[in-house]
Design a protein around this ligand. Structure first.
Ligand SMILES: [Zn+2]
Length: 353
């Protein structure tokens, strides 16, 4: 038995998950993510480490994607359509349905709003997705005579899965992001009792002892309520899916209990009327992307940050280089976006996880 790991991303960092494992002669790429904090060559995994001659079809047996977050799937269209990988790609049905939306959203933000050079097109995304083979949870699938894979429920976002792979007598699990605490939206991760030779697991919060979920929720609601009671506006930067749904349910319940009438907007759902950004009076707004790395959440942040009545609630983790990360590292009074743009920051900020 021989197992070899080539870590192309997310080794000693968060973001750009991509691990190539050789197990009894079979080579699998787990995740094909991008790093949201970089806009140079570090954005994508260095695929040349897999094959110097860039003959990826012969050097990989398959690609497995755990879920639709861009740090797990963001480099896939680039890998298939620009680098030329043509072999099988596996992901669950929901991931297959949602990944192209996330990718297209990201491409638009880069090209339309930031004016960056296009690294893959809409056509690349759809051509890439056509190569994807969908797999059901708990379904065992034979990639070829020797390589068997199975997906397990990860409880992270809709469609997120942990993957088991077996070649001959050797077996392994790669988790991707998973969650053991059920919430209003998703249940806890589930997996069989397995005999493994290798486990590769997500560990972003492994050494963090988190407050109880209940305490965190109470803090979050209290901060939001205090802000709107004082006439402020609350910006909740979120990823389009997953946590956003849960926070929405949480706020909605609370609004009903407290009989609050302050409007809650969800910019991904409402075709958001931009005149509402500066309309008088308090409100709560969910806007993407979560780390305020561009797009609508950044647009609103620019308008709301200078007023001390307002509140920005940040996700638990923000990648280096994003506005979210700058806000989390100390209490900046100014954020420099580029040489022409500076934002005065006088609003409150708080964390949610
Ligand atoms: Zn994730």
């Amino acid at each position: 038995m021989a197992i070899e790991c080539l870590v192309l991303g997310a080794g000693q960092e968060v973001g750009k998950s991509c691990v190539v494992v050789t197990i009894n002669g079979k080579r699998i790429m787990f995740d094909c993510g991008m790093h949201m904090g970089y806009d140079d060559h570090r954005r994508y995994p260095d695929f040349s480490l897999i094959s110097k001659s860039r003959d990826f079809d012969h050097s990989l047996d398959c690609v497995i994607i755990t879920h639709f977050h861009l740090d797990h799937v963001g480099a896939l269209p680039y890998f298939t359509e620009v680098c030329g990988y043509n072999g099988p790609i596996y992901m669950t049905y929901p991931t297959k349905a949602l990944a192209p939306l996330m990718l297209e959203d990201f491409r638009k933000v880069l090209v339309d709003r930031r004016g960056e050079e296009e690294q893959f097109t809409s056509l690349h995304i759809s051509q890439c997705m056509q190569k994807v083979i969908a797999i059901d949870l708990k379904q065992t699938l034979q990639v070829d005579d020797d390589l068997q894979i199975r997906a397990y429920y990860a409880g992270h976002v809709l469609g997120a899965a942990m993957f088991y792979a077996k070649v001959g007598e050797s077996a392994m699990v790669y988790t991707g992001d998973y969650n053991m605490t059920p919430d209003r939206h998703l249940g806890a991760a589930q997996i069989d009792r397995l005999e493994l030779d290798l486990l590769i697991t997500e560990s972003t919060y492994a050494t963090t002892i988190r407050d109880s979920k209940y305490a965190r929720e109470r803090e979050f609601l209290k901060a939001v309520h205090e802000c709107v009671a004082g006439g402020g506006k609350v910006l909740i930067p979120t990823f389009a899916l997953g946590r956003a749904q849960e926070l929405c349910i949480l706020l909605d319940d609370y609004w009903e209990r407290m009989n609050l009438k302050v409007p809650i907007y969800f910019s991904a759902v409402h075709n958001f009327d931009r005149s509402l950004i500066n309309a008088p009076g308090p409100c709560v707004l969910f806007a993407t992307p979560g780390m305020i790395s561009g797009g609508f959440s950044l647009e609103v942040f620019k308008q709301w940050a200078p007023c001390e009545m307002n509140l920005i609630t940040l996700p638990g983790y923000c990648v280096a280089g994003t506005v979210g990360h700058k806000l989390m590292s100390g209490k900046p009074t100014k954020i420099v976006l580029d040489k022409d743009t500076q934002i005065d920051v006088r609003c409150q900020s708080s964390y949610r996880q």
